[in-house]
Write a protein that binds this ligand. Structure first.
Ligand code: HCA
Ligand code: CU
Length: 394
C-alpha cells in the first residue's frame, strides 16, 4: 500500500510568512494522524530550539504515524534529530554536478563519503530508526551520481531513497524529464546492486505538475509520496494532501484506510494558522468544491447530483450546496427558499420570479450572495413589493 509522508510542519513552514506555534503543530499532527498519514515530518531541530522542542513533544505523543525530523548531512544536525526521539530521519545532500561544483565545492567521492559517514553515525545509534537519504535535486542530477550516493547511503544504513524534484522540473509529458522513468531506472540500477530501498518522491509544483508527477511516480512503483496541507512549501509548494488522496482512492484498487472526513477541518485550521485563505475553487476542500450555480447545473443536480459531480462529498463529511447570482435560474431560487425553511413561498411562481430578478441585480456587486443571511431580506423586500402590486391591481 502506498504510504503518505506529510511535510506541512517542515516543508509547509518553509512557506514565506508561515509559522505554526508548538500548540498548532501538535493539533496539525493530531489531524494528520487521524487521517492515517504514515509519516509526519515535523521539522529540522537545528533551525530553532522551539522546533527541537516541538519535534520531541510530537515524537512522544503516542501517534500511530511515524514522527520524523529533517536534517542537513552533518553529524551535529543528525545528532540533534536523534535526540528528539524520532522514528524517522531525513538526511539530504545533493549530488548534482552544479551543486557539487558551485555550492559545496567538493568531488562526488568526497560527497559520497560524507553521506555514508553521517548515515552510519545515525544507524549505529538507533537500529530501529527509519533513515531516508535524499539526493536533493535528484531529477537534475546525473543518474550515475544518484546511484553512487544512494548505494553508499543504503550500505551505511538508509532504508529509503527519496527522489526530490526540488525545482518542479519533471513532467509526465516529457520523456527525458519524467519522474516515472527516474523511479523505474533508479529501482533497476539499485536492484542490480542487490539494493532494494523504499522509494519516496518529493514533487515541487513550479510548473503546476506536482500532483501529476506524484501520480506518475505512483504508477512507476514509488512507495512513499510527500505532501503538505494546501500544497504549502518553498516557492509554488509541493503536492496537496487532499488532492493526492482523492486521486489515490480511485487508483489503488483496494479499500483505503484514510479518514477523508477530517480533511476539511484540517485545511481550515492550517489556513487560519498560516494566514493563507483556501481559494474557493480549491478541489475537495474549497468553499465551492461542491457548490452548484448556473441555472442548467442546478436544475440537473436537483434530479441527480451525479449529473454535475464525479466526487461524492459524503466521503469527506460534506454536502453539496447552491450559490445564487446572475447565472441562477428559477430552480435555484426555489431550492434556496426551501433551504431556509420558507417552503410555502416556493409555490408562488410570480414571487419566485421576482426574487430571481432581484438576485440578478444584486449579483452585479460581484461578491457571493449568502443564502442564510441575505436571502431572507431579499424575500421580505420582494414579498412587500408583491403585496403592494397585488393590492394596486386588485
Ligand atoms: C529543502 C529541500 C527539499 C528537501 C527534500 C528532502 C527538496 O527544503 O531542504 O529532504 O527529502 O525539495 O529537495 O525540500
Ligand atoms: Cu522540498
Amino acid at each position: 500500500m502506498i504510504k503518505i509522508l506529510d511535510s506541512t510542519l517542515r516543508e509547509g513552514e518553509q512557506t514565506p510568512g508561515v509559522y505554526f506555534s508548538p500548540e498548532a503543530k501538535l493539533t496539525i499532527a493530531e489531524f494528520l494522524d487521524g487521517i492515517g498519514v504514515d509519516i509526519i515530518e515535523v521539522g529540522n531541530p537545528a533551525v530553532d530550539v522551539e522546533i527541537h522542542k516541538s519535534i520531541t513533544r510530537i515524537a512522544k505523543a503516542g501517534f500511530k504515524a511515524k514522527i520524523g525530523a529533517h536534517s542537513l548531512c552533518r553529524i551535529d544536525n543528525v545528532q540533534k534529530a536523534i535526540d528528539c526521539g524520532v522514528d524517522f530521519l531525513g538526511v539530504f545532500f545533493s549530488v548534482s554536478t552544479a551543486r557539487l561544483q558551485k555550492d559545496y565545492d567538493i568531488s562526488l567521492e568526497a560527497a559520497t563519503d560524507k553521506i555514508a559517514h553521517v548515515i552510519s553515525h545515525a544507524r549505529e545509534q538507533r537500529k530501529d530508526l527509519l533513515i531516508r537519504y535524499t539526493p536533493e535535486d535528484t531529477v537534475r542530477s546525473p543518474i550515475e551520481n544518484v546511484v553512487k550516493a544512494a548505494s553508499a547511503a543504503i550500505q551505511a544504513g538508509a532504508n529509503i531513497i527519496s527522489i526530490a524534484d526540488t525545482t518542479g522540473y519533471t513532467s509526465p509529458f516529457h520523456p527525458q524529464r519524467s519522474i516515472y522513468n527516474i523511479v523505474k531506472v533508479l529501482k533497476q540500477e539499485l536492484a542490480q546492486l542487490d539494493l532494494h530501498p523504499q522509494i519516496e518522491v518529493h514533487c515541487h509544483n513550479d510548473r503546476g505538475l506536482a500532483l501529476a508527477n506524484a501520480l506518475d511516480a505512483y504508477r512507476a512503483g514509488a512507495d512513499i509520496i510527500d505532501v503538505t496541507v494546501m500544497g504549502l512549501g518553498e516557492r509554488a509548494g509541493i503536492v496537496d494532501l487532499a488532492e493526492l488522496l482523492i486521486n489515490l482512492i480511485d487508483m489503488v484498487g483496494e479499500q483505503t484506510h484514510w479518514q477523508l472526513n477530517y480533511l476539511k477541518d484540517l485545511y481550515d485550521f492550517v489556513s487560519d494558522h498560516a494566514h493563507i485563505p483556501i481559494p474557493p475553487h480549491h478541489p475537495v476542500v474549497g468553499k465551492n468544491a461542491f457548490t452548484h450555480y448556473a441555472g442548467v447545473h442546478v436544475k440537473a443536480i436537483a434530479k441527480d447530483e451525479k449529473l454535475y459531480q464525479s466526487l461524492n462529498p459524503e466521503i469527506l463529511g460534506l454536502k453539496n450546496n447552491l450559490a445564487l447570482g446572475m447565472q441562477s435560474g428559477y430552480t435555484a431560487v426555489e431550492l434556496a427558499i426551501k433551504q431556509i425553511g420558507r417552503e410555502e413561498l416556493a409555490e408562488n411562481k410570480e414571487l419566485v420570479a421576482n426574487i430571481l430578478q432581484e438576485i440578478k441585480v444584486i449579483a452585479k456587486r460581484g461578491t457571493p450572495i449568502d443564502i442564510e443571511t441575505e436571502l431572507p431580506e431579499i424575500i421580505d423586500r420582494c414579498t412587500i413589493k408583491h403585496l403592494i402590486t397585488n393590492m394596486m391591481s386588485g
